[in-house]
Design a protein around this ligand. Structure first.
Ligand SMILES: NC(=O)c1ccc[n+]([C@@H]2O[C@H](COP(=O)([O-])OP(=O)(O)OC[C@H]3O[C@@H](n4cnc5c(N)ncnc54)[C@H](O)[C@@H]3O)[C@@H](O)[C@H]2O)c1
Length: 319
């Protein structure tokens, strides 16, 4: 079996690929454009690890380039796609709207078109909890109305879900969309709050705490997300089009997360309290009934353990 992973040098793409390469004989074909949204050295470091496996092959390519992607598909003939490449980040989409249009919308369209052209049976793609927008009803259910996104990033993820439905309806490609909820952990993303907080607390610099620390997030540890993606990959029953929440099953306040980082670093945070930022939502909380039933997805790393592992990794690798 050959799996094509887009965004393979990214946080989740790397973590998923490494797990598959370590534990199976499956071949991974990675694609990533190594864009400089955050420290490219971190992406290169992840890639170096993946390149240590004989079953890994990498293409430095932008998914907006249809012709070049076509050549890769023609050469590699993958059996299944895990599509994770995207311009991530809610706040960045306020200032850089066009890159979201290119990478998330056009890029995804290209991947789905090539899945059609090369007769690929199943595509698993990354959606996001941000599609729930200002949903005030918690927990968030996959069947909730998600027609009112509050950021361009969220709107592109909703668009991905919509066109996935079209490609299933018209061409019968099995489409599985995974709505990830605030993923964190080793080899994570430097643009995310848990990383910035850890860095600044260790360096005794102030941290910006939005919504006065009252924001609640359903933080999900990376190994749980990897298990969720693997379940979608190996699911034996036939799927048409399905969306699944992958959350941590326990939303916590930002303030609590900061206290855990303080405990693990042994340092006190210097907090700069700020109002809520535009485009941000106040709470995310996944209903996992559907994922538990269909994907046997049971997240098992609690925030206390996850932050402990992350801070340990950060101190050893980045500090
Ligand atoms: N991390 C989270 O909390 C989270 C939450 C919800 C959804 N997601 C989604 O999960 C997926 C993976 O996220 P991540 O946290 O690993 O982010 P990431 O930024 O670490 O990984 C994405 C990778 O895609 C690559 N990429 C971006 N645009 C590209 C393009 N046009 N062509 C080729 N490669 C491109 C980037 O270089 C990067 O390595 C994304 O689709 C993201 O929107 C992530």
């Amino acid at each position: 079996m050959k799996i094509l992973v887009t965004g393979a040098a990214g946080f989740i793409g790397f973590s998923f690929s490494e797990n598959i390469l370590k534990n199976t004989e499956i071949q991974i074909i990675g694609i990533d454009n190594l864009n400089p949204y955050y420290d490219v050295k971190l992406k290169e470091k992840r890639l170096d690890i993946l390149k240590g496996f004989k079953n890994f092959k990498f293409f430095d390519e932008d998914i907006i380039n249809y012709e070049e992607l076509d050549e890769i598909f023609n050469l590699e003939k993958p059996d299944l796609i895990v599509h994770l490449a995207a311009q991530a980040g809610v706040r960045y989409s306020l200032e850089n709207p066009h890159v979201y249009e290119y990478s998330n919308n056009l890029g995804t369209l290209n991947i789905f078109e090539l899945a059609k052209k090369y007769g690929i049976k199943r595509v698993i793609f990354a959606s996001s909890s941000s599609v729930y927008g200002g949903n005030e009803k918690t927990p968030f259910l996959e069947s909730d109305n998600v027609d009112k996104p509050v950021s361009l990033y969220a709107a592109t993820k909703k668009y991905n879900e919509l066109i996935a439905h079209v490609y299933n309806h018209l061409y019968g490609i099995e489409m599985i969309g995974l709505r990830f909820f605030t993923v964190y952990g080793e080899f994570g993303r430097p643009d995310m709050a848990y990383w910035k907080f850890t860095k600044n607390i260790l360096e005794e610099k102030p941290i910006d705490v939005y919504n006065y620390g009252k924001m609640k997030r359903d933080f999900t540890y990376i190994s749980d997300i990897v298990e969720g993606i693997k379940s979608a990959v190996f699911l034996s029953k036939k799927i048409d089009y399905e969306i699944f929440n992958l959350g941590g099953d326990n939303p916590i306040e930002l303030e609590y997360m900061i206290s855990l980082i303080e405990k693990e670093t042994g340092k006190k945070a210097i907090k700069n309290y700020l109002p809520v930022q535009e485009g941000d939502v106040l709470i995310t909380m996944a209903d996992l009934t559907k994922s538990k039933e269909n994907l046997k997805y049971y997240p098992n790393i609690c925030i206390e353990e996850g932050i402990k592992r992350f801070v340990k990794w950060y101190i050893q690798n980045r500090y």
